[in-house]
Ligand binder design. Structure first.
Ligand code: NAP
Length: 298
């Protein structure tokens, strides 16, 4: 039987640990951690993600502050809000929910977030720390993937890793994390000419292409570990119902793999949990508490 890398279960376990860490800090006389979440406009998917993050904060005891801005907000107004939050001593983390409307420059705005409060791990200082293999806030989805592998004692050192996708959000940071953990990493993208051949060499295949059902069993080496980052809502042509699927045709690959992540319930829940981990890591640092979460930040 292949191993299901169950992100829901692992998230529950990590969130229990986070709850205890917050209790301990509060017992030592500190205020609870707090996360500022900025949502721009009314994109329904962003609304769902923000709601999930708020609920997760509540579960572990993080205070969340929601700033819901109009779709036509200017770069300057958003920068002003970021500056205020950077200066607010009671805010430990700032999350700018992506994507942003077209008049806004996401990367420029992320650069305005204080690196110490950049709980999405996307500020260039934090990306630079990852590049240098120094400790710091880490990009949530890739850090969640490393924790899923660790939870089942799947080693990265010495393995052939293939990453499909080279985004700043997923592909590049997961590749860097795996190199830092002594994997031998190949990064592929839409211009890669022999994707199937390369994928077939992978002991661990990370698929973050954002293309539904791109990967079937012909891309997979027998006994590989397959991590599916993609998440898509597809409408059935029969009855019009929507179904979630990933970049991997799970039913086709499952009999061939050593381990896999389901969609939903694999990488997705871990992304939210790592946001909580980063927020509490930042809070502990800012309050002078002992850091208890380094093992979760690859
Ligand atoms: P992205 O910014 O669109 O990047 C996609 C990457 O995949 C690009 O580098 C692209 O290559 C490459 N690519 C596209 N088609 C390809 C193909 N046919 N063969 C090989 N490479 C291909 O997407 P992203 O932000 O990294 O996200 C990827 C997927 O993960 C999306 O479905 C997203 O919704 C999902 N996601 C899920 C979570 C979660 O928590 N579950 C978190 C983040 C993202 P080029 O660079 O050449 O264009």
């Amino acid at each position: 039987m292949p191993i299901k890398l169950d992100g829901r279960q692992l998230s529950l376990e990590i969130q229990e640990r986070l709850k205890n860490d917050i209790h301990k800090g509060i017992k030592e006389g500190e205020r609870p951690p707090s996360l500022a979440v900025i949502r721009v406009g009314d994109d329904p998917a962003s609304g769902v993600y923000v709601k999930n993050k708020e609920k997760a904060c509540e579960r572990v005891g993080i205070k969340s502050l929601l700033f819901h801005l109009d779709n036509d907000v200017s770069n300057r107004d958003l920068e002003e809000l970021l500056n205020k939050l950077n200066l607010n001593a009671e805010v430990d983390g700032i999350l700018l929910q992506l994507p942003l409307p077209s008049q806004l420059d996401a990367q420029k705005l992320i650069s305005k977030i204080s690196p110490a409060k950049d709980v999405d791990g996307l500020h260039e200082n934090n990306v630079g720390k990852l590049l240098k293999n120094e400790s710091g806030l880490r990009s949530c989805t890739p850090a969640g993937i490393i924790n899923l592998l660790n939870s089942q004692k799947i080693t990265i050192s010495g393995k052939q890793i293939v990453v499909i996708g080279r985004s700043l959000l997923v592909g590049k940071p997961i590749a860097l994390m795996m190199v830092n953990l002594n994997g031998t990493v190949t990064i592929t993208h839409s211009k890669t000419t022999n994707l199937k051949e390369i994928s077939n060499k992978a002991d661990i295949l990370v698929v973050a292409a954002g293309k539904p059902n791109l990967i079937d069993s012909s891309f997979i080496k027998e006994g590989a570990v397959v991590i599916d980052v993609g998440i898509h809502r597809l409408k059935s042509s029969n009855n019009g119902t929507t179904q979630l699927c990933g970049d991997v045709k799970l039913e086709d690959v499952v009999s061939k793999v050593l381990a896999y992540t389901p969609v939903p319930g694999g990488v997705g829940p871990m992304t939210v949990t790592m946001l909580l981990v980063n927020t509490i890591y930042s809070w502990q640092k800012r309050c002078g508490l002992n850091s208890t979460l380094k093992d979760l930040l690859p």
